[in-house]
Design a protein around this ligand. Structure first.
Ligand code: PRX
Length: 655
C-alpha cells in the first residue's frame, strides 16, 4: 500500500526492514563512534566548517570571514590563501612522510608503478615548470584528456601548483565533446596521451585531439604522454612529448599562493539537451569538504589503510576521491587503468587482494554487474583486509547492497551509500560508518554541517514520504557557478524553490528520518495519477532472484496516462521467457502493490548507459513510445539501443 501523507508528491511503496548497526569491532577503531561531529555542527555550522578548514589544511594566511552568502553566490574562508598542491603533496614530504606511497598504480596490461609522496613532488614540480615554459600563467585554463595513468593526477596537481585551473575531459568523450569544452573554457593547452589500454588493446586518444583541434582556436600547445607507443601524428611547433619536456624542465617550482576563492578547476556536466555546464570549484572550501568527507565517511586511518576509489579521474568522483581528498589526507590509494573484466572477471578482486585494499568505493552499476557475474570470482580471492565499502552515482538497490555487503564485505564491512553531485563537489548525504545504523538502499542522513530537506511541489517540507531533495544552506565545496553563465546557474539550481538549492533528485523520508534517493525527478512516472519513482520499481525487480539489473520508464498510455515498461537483464543461468516475465511482474505487485506492476517486461542483455554508468531512461522512453531517439552522444555504447528496440518489438504487452 502506498503511504501518502499530506504534502508527499512522489509516492512511497518500498518497505525495507533490515538494519545494520555498526559492529562493536568497527566501533572500537573508528574515528567517529559517537555523534559528536553532528553535535558540534548543530551548535554552529559555520564554526564547524571553520574548525575543519583549520584542522585539515595548511593555510598561508588566515581567512577573516568564514562565509559570505549572497544567495546564490557563496564565498568561503574569505581572505585566506593556500595552495591545493602544497596541501596534497609538499606538506606530507616536509613532515617526513615522503616515503609513504601515494599511489599504487596498475596498468591494464599488468605493468605497475609505485609512487610515493616524494616522487609526486619531483614530478609535479617539473611538470609545473613545463607548463610555465609553454607560457602558462596563473588563471590560464588547461584541458586534460587522458587515460588513467599517473601523469593524469600529476598534471592536475601541477596546474593547481601554478594556479592554472584544469578542465579534465573524460577520456571516453568524442572530439565534439572536447571541442565544446575547450572552447567554452578558452583553454590554452591540452594535455593528453597517445592512448591508453582498454580491454586488452590500445585505445587511441591523440587522433581525437587532432580532430578537435581544427576547431579550437585558443589551443597553443599539446603535451602528449607516451603510453601505448603506437604511431601518432605530432604537429611541429604545437605538439610535444611529455618525456622530452620533463627531461629539459627545472626541478624546482614554488607553489603559487592562491586565494581561497580562486578557481581550482572546471568540470563539465552534460545536460541532457543543452550545452554542457562548466561547473566551477574553488580552492579553500572545496579542499576543506573533500578532506573532511574523505576522512570521516571512509573512516580513514592513513597509516594502515589502502584506499581504492575505482572510478575514473575524469568524473568528479575521481577529482574529489582519487586526487584531492586522499592526497590532502596523506592516504595510500590504488589506481587501476582498465576495465574490471580484463583479462578476466576477477581483476578487481585480484588487485584488492594483492595490494591489501581496506576501503573500496565503487558504483551501483559495477556492483550489479558483479552480482550478475556471480560469486565465484570474489570468493576465489582473499578480501579479508577490506573493512569498509562505499557506493556512489545512482540509488543502490537494496538487493545489490545486500550482495555487496555479503560477498565483497564478508558480512563485516559497513557500507557508506554516498549521495552527492558534480555540483556539490563532495559527499553531502551519507552514513558515518561508526555512528550510523544503515538500511540497505538508504543514504541515511545529511552529514554534519549539511542542511538537506525533502519538500513538496509548493516547497513545504515533507516529514514523511516522497518529494524533492533540496539543500537548505550553503556548503564549502558547493559549485560557485556555471562558467561564464551566472544566470543559468541561478535558473538551474536556485529558482525552483525559493532560497533552496534544488538537486533535481526525488527523495523520500521514512518514519525514522532516513533519506532514500528516488532518482532524477524527470524520470518519475505518473500511472493513473500516482507518482511512482523508477527507483522503487527497479529495486523491486532486482529483488527477484532471476533479475540482475532493471530499468523502468513510463510510456504514454491511453488508459492510465503512463504505463510502466520494464527492461530487465536476467541473472546467472536464467533466460528470458513469457513465464519469467509474468513472474517478475507479479513479484513487483507483491512487493509494492498492483499499481506498480509493470505493464510490459522486455528482456535484454544490456541497458543504455552514460559513460559514467548511469542508466539513460530518456532513451528507453523514446523506444517505448516509438519515437526517433533523442540525443545519443552521451551514450557509452550506441549499439545497445538498437538491440533493445528489436527486443521491444518482439515483446507482447501484458495486462
Ligand atoms: O541523481 C543523483 C545521482 O547522481 C547524480 C549526480 O551525478 P554526477 O554529477 O555525475 O555525480 C556523480 C558522482 C557524485 C545525483 O543528482 N547520485 C549520486 N550518488 C547517488 C545518487 N543517487 C542516489 N544515491 C546516491 N548515493
Amino acid at each position: 500500500m502506498a503511504n501518502e501523507p499530506q504534502g508527499a508528491t512522489i509516492e512511497d511503496y518500498l518497505l525495507e526492514e533490515r538494519r545494520f548497526p555498526p559492529s562493536e569491532a568497527f566501533k572500537a577503531q573508528t574515528l567517529a563512534a559517537s555523534p559528536f561531529l553532528y553535535d558540534d555542527a548543530d551548535q554552529d555550522w559555520q564554526g564547524f566548517w571553520a574548525k575543519q578548514a583549520g584542522e585539515l589544511l595548511d593555510w598561508d594566511s588566515e581567512w577573516h570571514t568564514i562565509l559570505e552568502w549572497d544567495l546564490p553566490f557563496a564565498k568561503w574562508f574569505v581572505g585566506g590563501t593556500l595552495n591545493a598542491c602544497h596541501n596534497a603533496v609538499d606538506r606530507h614530504v616536509l613532515a617526513g612522510r615522503g616515503d609513504k606511497v601515494a599511489y599504487h598504480w596498475e596498468g591494464e596490461p599488468g605493468d605497475t608503478r609505485t609512487i610515493t609522496y616524494s616522487d609526486l613532488l619531483v614530478e609535479v614540480q617539473r611538470f609545473a615548470n613545463v607548463l610555465k615554459g609553454l607560457g602558462i600563467v596563473k588563471g590560464d585554463r588547461i584541458c586534460i584528456y587522458m587515460p588513467m595513468v599517473p601523469e593524469l593526477p600529476i598534471a592536475m596537481l601541477a596546474c593547481a601548483r601554478i594556479g592554472a585551473p584544469h578542465s579534465v575531459v573524460f577520456g571516453g568523450f568524442s572530439p565534439d565533446s572536447l571541442i565544446d569544452r575547450i572552447n567554452d573554457a578558452e583553454c590554452k593547452v591540452v594535455i593528453t596521451a597517445d592512448g591508453g589500454y582498454r580491454r586488452g588493446a590500445p585505445s587511441m586518444l591523440k587522433p581525437n585531439v587532432d580532430m578537435a583541434l581544427a576547431s579550437t582556436p585558443t589551443i597553443e600547445h599539446v603535451v602528449v604522454v607516451q603510453r601505448v607507443d603506437e604511431p601518432v601524428e605530432m604537429v611541429d611547433g604545437r605538439d610535444r612529448w611529455w618525456h622530452d619536456l620533463m627531461e629539459a624542465a627545472e626541478p624546482e617550482c614554488p607553489c603559487e599562493p592562491m586565494d581561497s576563492e580562486d578557481l581550482l578547476y572546471l568540470l563539465y556536466t552534460s545536460g541532457t539537451t543543452a550545452k554542457p555546464k562548466g561547473i566551477m570549484h574553488t580552492t579553500g572550501g572545496y579542499l576543506t569538504q573533500v578532506a573532511f568527507t574523505h576522512k570521516y565517511v571512509f573512516d580513514l586511518h592513513p597509516d594502515t589503510d589502502v584506499y581504492w576509489c575505482a572510478a575514473d579521474i575524469g568524473w568528479v568522483t575521481g577529482h574529489s576521491y582519487i586526487v584531492y581528498g586522499p592526497l590532502t589526507n596523506g592516504a595510500t590509494s590504488v589506481i587501476y587503468e582498465g576495465v574490471p573484466d580484463a583479462p578476466a572477471r576477477d581483476r578487481l578482486w585480484d588487485i584488492a587482494e594483492r595490494y591489501g585494499v581496506t576501503i573500496l568505493y565503487t558504483a551501483p552499476t559495477a556492483i550489479r554487474t558483479f552480482r550478475k557475474w556471480g560469486t565465484t570470482e570474489p570468493a576465489a580471492h582473499d578480501l579479508s583486509k577490506l573493512r569498509l565499502l562505499g557506493s556512489v552515482g545512482e540509488p543502490i538497490n537494496p538487493e545489490a547492497w545486500m550482495w555487496y555487503q555479503e560477498h565483497i564485505g564478508g558480512g563485516r564491512c559497513p557500507i557508506v551509500d554516498t549521495w552527492w553531485q558534480t555540483e556539490t563537489g563532495a559527499i553531502m548525504i551519507s552514513p558515518l560508518p561508526g555512528a550510523t545504523t544503515t538500511k540497505p538502499g538508504s543514504a541515511t542522513f545529511p552529514l554534519p554541517g549539511i542542511g538537506a530537506e525533502v519538500v513538496d511541489d509548493a516547497g513545504n517540507p515533507v516529514e514523511r514520504g516522497g518529494g524533492y531533495l533540496t539543500l537548505t544552506r550553503p556548503w564549502p565545496s558547493m559549485l560557485r557557478g556555471i562558467y561564464g553563465d551566472p544566470e543559468r546557474y541561478r535558473e538551474t539550481y536556485w529558482s525552483r524553490f525559493e532560497g533552496r538549492y534544488f538537486a533535481g533528485d526525488g527523495c523520500k523520508v521514512d518514519d525514522e528520518g532516513y533519506l532514500w534517493l528516488l532518482g532524477r525527478v524527470d524520470d518519475v512516472m505518473n500511472v493513473s495519477g500516482h507518482r511512482i519513482s523508477t527507483t522503487e520499481v527497479e529495486s523491486a525487480l532486482v529483488d527477484h532472484p532471476a533479475v540482475a539489473e532493471a530499468a523502468v520508464v513510463g510510456a504514454n498510455d491511453a488508459v492510465t496516462g503512463q504505463a510502466i515498461m520494464a527492461y530487465v537483464i536476467p541473472r546467472g543461468t536464467h533466460t528470458a521467457s513469457t513465464e519469467l516475465g509474468e513472474e517478475v511482474r507479479q513479484h513487483v505487485a507483491t512487493k509494492l502493490g498492483p499499481i506498480a506492476r509493470p505493464k510490459t517486461v522486455i528482456f535484454t542483455d544490456e541497458l543504455p548507459k552514460t559513460r559514467s554508468g548511469k542508466i539513460m531512461r530518456r532513451l528507453l522512453r523514446d523506444v517505448a513510445e516509438g519515437r526517433a531517439l533523442g540525443d545519443t552522444t552521451t551514450l557509452a555504447d550506441p549499439g545497445v539501443v538498437e538491440e533493445i528496440k528489436r527486443r521491444a518489438s518482439e515483446s507482447p504487452t501484458e495486462d
